[in-house]
Design a binder for this molecule. Sequence first.
Ligand code: PLP
Length: 496
Amino acid sequence: MELFYSSTRGSSETVTASQAILQGLAADGGLYMPTEIPTLNLDISKLSKMSYQETAYEVMKLFLTDFTEEELKDCIAHAYDSKFDTPEIAPLVDADGAFYLELFHGSTIAFKDMALSILPYLMTTAAKKNHVKNEIVILTATSGDTGKAALAGFADVPGTKIIVFYPKNGVSPIQEKQMVTQKGKNTFVVGIHGNFDQAQTGVKKMFADPELNAALNEAGYQFSSANSINIGRLVPQIVYYVYAYAKLYENGVIEKDEKINVTVPTGNFGNILAAYLAKNMGLPIDKLICASNENKVLYDFFTTGVYDKNRKFILTSSPSMDILISSNLERLIYRIGGNDAEKNAAFMQALNGEGRYEITAGMREQLTDFYGNYADEQETAAAIRTLYDKTGYVIDTHTAVASSVYSKYREATGDQKKTVIASTASPFKFPRSVMNAIDEKYNSLNDFDLVDELSSLANVPVPQAVEELRSAEIVHRTECEIEEMPEVVRRFLGNA
Ligand SMILES: *Cc1c(COP(=O)(O)O)cnc(C)c1O
């Protein structure tokens, strides 16, 4: 059966999966959603014997129906290979009554690798399928993590180039080093003299600039986006929930059809939306526990039905969740509103204008699958310390937010169902916050000494991605003013 995609904001027009991947965002500003959610008709005993790659094929083929078996298997084989430091790709760790699904074994040691390892292959395959002759130029603005994961994913992928803009003084030293040492002839990294919002606005302007786009087309290029609203990022994220469930069954932790809970540390709502889609495909998931940091706009939404971004933006120790506009929530709003694009567009217009909207009582009734809560900075640090003291297992700050919220959930409800916690970054990515949470005495050490201390304390070798950084050569030195961004892009593309 062929599956089509339509925009959450209107126009009855549908596109194929490959067209949705190529376009990223729909022309009316909406996000693409499948016109129906496919069913996972697979026997658990079969599923539990499958490798990550085999599971990926079974799940993704249901969504990307215009890809041939050979194409999809080829994309999967290129993505989930030895870039990951374990053949399991996403291992489960049992610690203190929960199952941590480690999504950080890819090349940049954060969960964005799970989707950004495969997106470049999905995109180049989609380009071929749709007879796109131009080379694809990925433009990305980053506050740190996405940029590196996108660079690593697209590096040396034929038929693509990637240009990443980051705020020169707005990312951590490790994050900056990760980006400016990126190898690959098709990669370009620019530090801008401005903040993340300015970088993001600059990129959006270039996407919408007809003159620039025409000049690029003339020179054989076209822009595309690796942003988390692309369904080419969403679909690969469904895979690991199915895989985790199958592994729990295989290991005798759960019976056939036994329901589990899933806890996800949430920012842009992409990861937890993937879990929601897995549930709607028929995977036996009960509660979707949505964990926020002090930027708790989603907690407030789940408890009141009001989404309100009019509040102070708080910098926390879990920076990848410091977000006030969770873009992917739009897909949930659209669905609980009865796939009513007009209604959804009105909510999004209100968000754009007044910065808030309130959903209807009928829509709220459909949110019973979700439980939302948040952890403040002290609770996040305490979650790292407590888990380490009890078990010796060390988690990063984002995962700690989820761990803390899961404890609150269990206390509030007494629910004893087996629970998977999405572990979204390696603790080696945030060594200072993690080590300080365990003991303040580490505060005087530099980042690389902290990494060594963490390695011996957690009894885990330093990941290759961090090890390489110690001696990596800086290859990207371009800086620019905000207004110069289009000029820099043209220069990179041979004065297009
Ligand atoms: C991006 C990110 C998140 C948030 O994921 P969303 O899909 O945006 O909700 C959580 N943790 C880490 C480490 C991340 O990089």
